[in-house]
Design a protein around this ligand. Structure first.
Ligand SMILES: NC(=O)c1ccc[n+]([C@@H]2O[C@H](COP(=O)([O-])OP(=O)(O)OC[C@H]3O[C@@H](n4cnc5c(N)ncnc54)[C@H](O)[C@@H]3O)[C@@H](O)[C@H]2O)c1
Length: 294
């Protein structure tokens, strides 16, 4: 099966591309490299230096004999996106290609607008390109648990049945995001839901928790895990670094943990190896046409 990994130079995307390629999927990576640019803009870098994408892909081929196609460009550019899809002809599209840091989206108006335009327009372009040329392809889109916020009742994935004034319905679970970034994901979810309804597309919205881990130990060969050119990124700065990564680095160097707020928050965390296996499960079992699967 042919799978296009959008955002394949990023953290979750790179791990997913390698895992799917190792499992025999024909993989293409589409990425604008904008994340490397954002790192430079705020003067941060991954603790594990990552090689240029062409070198990463070449090393993968040298070690495994498996080819990964590369398309460098921005999905907010519709012409580029639709040409890429026609060239690669994906059966599944895994979409990780977004600005994903809440603090980055909250820096100022420019960053809030940029985040929402990048994420909402990019996803909308994918939906239109699928409707035009690949109506049977399956979109696996990365959402986040942050779309739901922290309500004082259990979170139901996707839908909740509500009884109100004697009548009952199953409705999308209320969203209470906490940043302009999280709001962009909520807008995406609504757009995908609507596109499935009116155009009969297939889509799965995976709302994952915070992902941790670097190596796919146990899933890929040790030689691959140890290869410096294939290493994944590890963000630990105050903008793109996730709390768990920061706490681990701080503990390792004897720095006091920079706990936010009262320190009472509980969150779900996900091993990167579960992320990639979850992607494969979703791809191997596509959503029904016209159904928005969450
Ligand atoms: N990392 C986590 O803990 C986590 C948790 C929940 C959800 N997610 C979701 O998973 C996705 C990927 O997260 P990540 O941590 O891998 O992020 P990342 O920043 O490491 O990777 C995102 C990639 O997308 C690319 N990209 C961004 N905008 C693009 C555009 N317009 N066109 C083409 N490429 C573009 C970037 O260059 C980058 O390589 C995001 O949508 C994020 O919301 C991540």
């Amino acid at each position: 099966m042919k799978v296009l990994v959008i955002g394949g130079d990023g953290y979750c995307g790179w791990a997913t591309a390698l895992y799917l390629s190792s499992k025999g999927y024909e993989v293409g990576i589409l990425d604008s490299m904008v994340r490397r640019h954002w790192d430079m803009e705020i003067q941060v870098e991954t603790l594990t230096p990552i090689a240029p994408i062409q070198k990463r892909i070449q090393r993968w081929k040298d070690l495994t004999g498996k080819k990964i196609d590369l398309y460098i460009g921005d999905i907010t550019n519709y012409d580029f996106l639709s040409k890429t899809l026609r060239q690669f002809e994906p059966e599944s599209i895994v979409h990780f290609g977004e600005q994903r840091a809440a603090p980055f989206s909250m820096i100022d108006r420019e960053h809030a607008v940029m985040t929402q335009v990048n994420n909402v327009v990019g996803t909308l372009n994918i939906l239109y390109a699928m409707k035009e040329d690949f109506p049977d392809a399956h979109l696996v889109k990365l959402g986040t648990m942050g779309e739901y916020g922290t309500p004082n009742i259990d979170i139901e994935e996707g839908y909740i049945t509500i009884e109100h004034n004697g009548r009952k319905d199953t409705l999308p679970y209320p969203k209470q995001p906490g940043s302009f970034y999280h709001l962009s994901k909520v807008h995406d979810s609504h757009n995908i839901h609507f596109a499935c309804k009116i155009w009969g597309l297939r889509a799965t919205d995976l709302n994952q928790g915070v992902v941790y881990g670097v190596a796919l130990t146990g899933l890929l060969d040790d030689e691959i895990i140890k290869d410096e050119l294939l290493i994944n990124r590890l963000d630990y700065d105050g903008v793109f670094g996730t709390a768990l990564n920061r706490f681990c680095i701080q503990a390792a160097i004897g720095h006091p943990l920079t706990v936010y707020g009262s320190g009472g928050q509980t969150r779900a965390f996900l091993d990167i190896r579960d992320t990639v296996r979850c992607m494969e499960l979703a791809i191997a079992n596509p959503a029904e046409a016209g159904k928005f699967r969450v």
